[in-house]
Design a protein around this ligand. Structure first.
Ligand code: HEM
Ligand code: SF4
Length: 569
């Protein structure tokens, strides 16, 4: 894992004191609310419905056990005993007192963490997938380049006042588990036929009120050009992106307005000026950073383990958990384990208590190499577990409620905080997620349904990624009431797609029944081991609409389905 050097440490500590002073000046009235706003946003501090919310960066979702213990201590000492892990691999604390923020940041700095650029119109936390460096289908380790991007983008003065937020992700495995195509810039890292490290650069993705998937702007780019090429994209965006209307300010709008060809021409022209300049990466620089991502001290183990095999055949519950939550590893005898944060009514998706965080930190030390990852799906991952330890680990996870066997299933819901916290929310998300989880409490049925991702956002800002859920739920407000619009056919990853609306929005109470109809349509029509989203792709919306609304047009009539009421968003 990357180790801070003296520069990193000095930068983070100076920033704590700078923000401490800014808070004091705001408190004394020397800074107005308007002046304070961009300062607090660049330090991850939002003002929410009930309190300040602090978003802490977890670069490419990697934490050490001492860092996780520190997050637990912050949850306990400064919040209400829990934190919320997000889809961009960060953590949010929802109940923060302004006067304690500098002390919290100082505590974070102590373990080389911060909240810099987790909000505001700057380059945000760089993300990758949760299994980076260990995934069996990985071409290359994306973390050194992710770290190089982090260092380059942190407090880079040229890009601190962009037209709008800017999100960069990098993926280097056969399966895209980093939702690359919904990022402003997405990077696919691969080896070409000569084994050289190359980049495919995607640009113009983003969700929000105008969802768009990114498109390829450059392929076959040698890795040495990573920073110069991304810099060229940012310069074009900084120059031409709209600053007059925040709803049209993301790079996706600029790319669409110019057209990809014209946009790419601008980028290439800019790139010619900076290419081969100081932003070019050298082998020495790559090796300096890569040296901190050396594999831990794996033991030479056989690929199979007799005790693991016995436990699998003797304990069905264990076998069921393994079938969903355990992933193949590059190293013989090891696996990676997903700790689901989606137990249902017991706690909202992504929420983890201080006690759970401490337990996970201890388990990472006891069974792994002290490392924890945050997954895009808001779950935790222990990346390096011996097969021979899996059963014991599973029993320990059961004691702290982190053993739900539902990774990738319908109840592994991505949900934004919604109206329970968020000041922008039109509706609540968490109770809807929990109602669905309660409705689908039959594990055999859920496992039979297989891979389905269901994503919920409490407003069109789309923090819950509803557009790219196989089933997406978007909260809408109409005449003071909460309504939910449902889409199907969305997908993240290699076959990313924006979902399509099935018909009129439904009330909160009706959502579980509607989801039930969608999945029962799937089980009626699926062929072989076809996944839900493939059935939607093959058949289109018609049979799903028919089942939900009574006939394929999607128009509600009083007697075709009393459960569904119409609303115009
Ligand atoms: C509670 C406070 C939050 C506020 C005020 C907030 C605000 C926003 C806004 C205004 C947008 C739309 C941006 C645009 O289209 O230009 C957005 C998008 C987004 N937010 Fe949030 N958000 C919050 C929490 C979260 C959480 C908890 C997550 C992760 C679970 C998250 C992840 C995202 C993602 C992934 C997008 C959409 C993707 C994109 O277009 O970049 N946000 N957020
Ligand atoms: S989608 Fe809307 S309600 Fe949900 S967190 Fe984002 S801004 Fe808030």
């Amino acid at each position: 894992m990357y180790q801070y050097d003296d520069y990193d440490r000095a930068l983070v500590r100076e920033r704590v004191e700078q923000f401490r002073d800014q808070i004091a000046r705001f408190r004394s009235g020397a800074l107005s609310e308007e002046e304070f706003l961009p300062l607090r946003l660049q330090n991850g501090l939002y003002l929410q419905r009930h309190a300040y919310m602090l978003r802490v960066a977890i670069p490419y979702g990697t934490l050490s056990s001492p860092q996780l213990r520190t997050l637990a201590s912050i949850a306990r000492d400064y919040d209400r005993g829990y934190g919320h892990f997000t889809t961009r691999q960060n953590i949010q604390f929802n109940w923060i007192e302004l006067d304690q923020v500098a002390d919290i940041l100082a505590r974070l700095a102590h373990v080389d963490m911060h909240a810099i650029q987790t909000s505001g119109n700057c380059v945000r936390n760089i993300t990758t997938e949760a299994f980076a460096g260990v995934a069996a289908d990985e071409y290359l380790d994306p973390r050194p380049l992710a770290e190089i991007l982090r260092q380059w983008s942190t407090v880079n003065p040229e890009f601190l006042y962009l037209p709008r937020k800017f999100k960069i992700a990098i993926n280097a495995a056969a399966e895209d588990r980093a939702a690359i195509q919904m990022h402003d810039v997405g990077v696919y890292l691969y080896r070409d036929q000569h084994q050289a490290m190359k980049l495919r650069i995607m640009v113009g993705g983003g969700l929000g009120r105008t969802p768009m998937l990114s498109e390829q702007i450059r392929d076959d780019l040698p890795w040495q050009h990573l920073l110069s090429y991304v810099e060229a994209i940012l310069r074009v965006y900084n120059r031409h992106g709209r600053r007059d209307n925040k709803y049209k300010a993301r790079i996706k709008i600029l790319v669409k307005a110019l057209g990809m060809e014209a946009f790419a021409r601008e980028v290439e022209a800019e790139w010619q000026h900076i290419k081969d300049g100081p932003a070019e990466l050298t082998e020495a620089e790559y090796q300096r950073v890569a040296a901190t991502f050396q594999p831990p001290a794996y033991l030479p183990l056989p690929a199979t383990d007799i005790h693991y095999g016995t436990a699998l055949s003797r304990d069905d519950n264990f076998a069921r958990w393994v079938s969903r939550n355990v992933k193949a590893h590059q190293q013989a005898g090891y696996v990676s384990v997903i700790l689901s944060t989606k137990p249902g009514i017991a706690s909202p998706p992504g929420d983890v208590t201080d006690g759970q965080m401490e337990a996970v930190a201890d388990l990472a030390d006891q069974y792994g190499f002290g490392e924890i990852r945050i997954a895009h799906e808001q779950n935790l991952v222990l990346p390096d577990i011996r097969k021979s330890d899996l059963y014991a680990l599973w029993l320990e996870l059961g004691k702290v409620g982190l053993d739900s066997p539902n990774a990738g299933l319908l109840t592994d819901i991505i949900s934004c905080p919604g109206g329970d916290y968020c000041a922008l929310a039109l509706t609540r998300s968490i109770p809807v997620a929990q109602a669905i989880q309660q409705h689908f409490d039959d594990l055999d049925y859920l496992h039979d349904l297989g891979d389905i991702n269901l994503n919920i956002s409490g407003c069109m800002n789309a923090c819950g990624h509803h557009h790219i859920g196989n089933i997406g739920i978007l909260g809408l407000e109409k005449n003071g009431a909460e309504w939910y619009q449902i889409t199907i056919g969305g997908a993240q990853g290699n076959d990313a797609a924006i979902g399509r609306i099935i018909g009129p929005a439904v009330s909160a109470a009706d959502v579980p029944a509607v989801i039930d109809k969608l999945v029962s349509t799937y089980t009626d029509y699926r062929e072989g081991d076809e996944e839900f989203v493939d059935t939607v792709r093959r058949l289109g919306l018609a049979p799903f609409k028919e089942r939900v609304y009574g006939h394929a047009s999607g128009h509600h009539t009083a007697d075709n389905n009393a459960a569904v009421r119409e609303v115009t968003p």
